[in-house]
Design a binder for this molecule. Structure first.
Ligand code: DGL
Length: 280
């Protein structure tokens, strides 16, 4: 269905199933502080990591349409699960109808592009949600660019709830993090690079480091996504012209505003004002 979309320039949309995308937004804003952003967290329906392809696609498409209607020409899916399960379908099947000039970009490709520089053994491990691991998106994207890299994935279903419930610094977190990392490394002892393939995981970084042998690189994706976006805007002047630049960010959530504001403070250093919206 064709939407009646505003044509004037607008903020860059950053979408996540909840709070995790704020780790990506932080890095994007560090790299591109002059731009405006609309952050949309579908907190009322999070987590996406355990949901089916159909549902993640349906929810993500609703969010993208909403951000387009709110004036965004460019939307970043700052969620690995949405990037894994919905991005390709939206790019191929939906964008041509919605507005062929608007763009939706994900977080998996920019992360994957950096891998070759990081691994010396050509063996990498992916830590992510069940949905991202099951989608096989990381091995598929890595093998398109680097067919010789061996990829082993480990689903870590407890890690997002640990962050969402602010249990990151407790013994329970140490237990689950150690368990998943040991399981992954026992399946491929040559792994020298671990990708944190979920936006929440940078908040567990100190515990992940404690559970990982020192010679292994741990890769948080925010910086790679931010640099890739910077490069994209430099190469696509027509899109850059459609992004407003007043250095402002507005936060939207599908949950209660008070809840979002309180939990978002775990991810952000500044006080924020959030607005509730309904997406359907
Ligand atoms: N943001 C999601 C991701 O990066 C994790 C949270 C969820 O399961 O919704 O995969």
């Amino acid at each position: 269905m064709k939407l009646n979309l505003p044509q004037a320039a607008g903020p860059i949309g950053v979408f996540d199933s909840g709070y995790g995308g704020l780790t990506i937004l932080n890095k994007i804003r560090e790299a591109l502080p002059e731009y405006d952003y609309f952050y949309l967290g579908d907190n009322a329906r999070t987590p996406y990591g355990t949901r089916s392809f159909e549902v993640v696609y349906e929810f993500t498409l609703q969010a993208v349409k909403k951000l387009f209607e709110m004036g965004c020409h460019l939307v970043i899916l700052a969620c690995n699960t949405a990037s894994a399960k919905a991005l390709r379908s939206i790019q191929i099947n939906d964008l041509p109808h919605l507005d062929p000039k608007r763009r939706v970009l994900g977080v998996i490709r920019p992360t994957v592009e950096s891998i070759e520089k990081l691994t010396k053994t050509n063996h990498v491990g992916i830590l992510a949600t069940i949905g991202t691991i099951k989608s096989e998106s990381y091995p598929m994207e890595i093998h398109k660019l680097f067919p010789n890299i061996a990829v082993t994935g480990e689903a870590c279903p407890m890690w997002v709830p640990l962050v969402e419930n602010n249990e990151m610094n407790n013994e329970g977190a140490t237990f689950f993090i150690t368990k998943n990392i040991n399981a992954l490394l026992s399946r491929d002892e040559l792994i020298d690079t671990l990708i944190l393939g979920c936006t929440h995981y940078p908040l567990l970084l100190s515990k992940i480091k404690q559970a990982t042998p020192e010679h292994i690189n741990i890769v948080s994706q925010g910086e790679y996504v931010a640099n890739s976006l910077k490069d994209y805007l430099r190469r696509h002047v027509e899109m850059d012209d459609k992004c407003t630049k007043n250095g402002q960010t507005v936060f939207f959530t599908t949950e209660a505003v008070e809840k979002f504001t309180e939990s978002a403070s775990l991810f952000l250093d500044e006080p924020i004002e959030a607005h509730r919206i309904i997406i359907e």
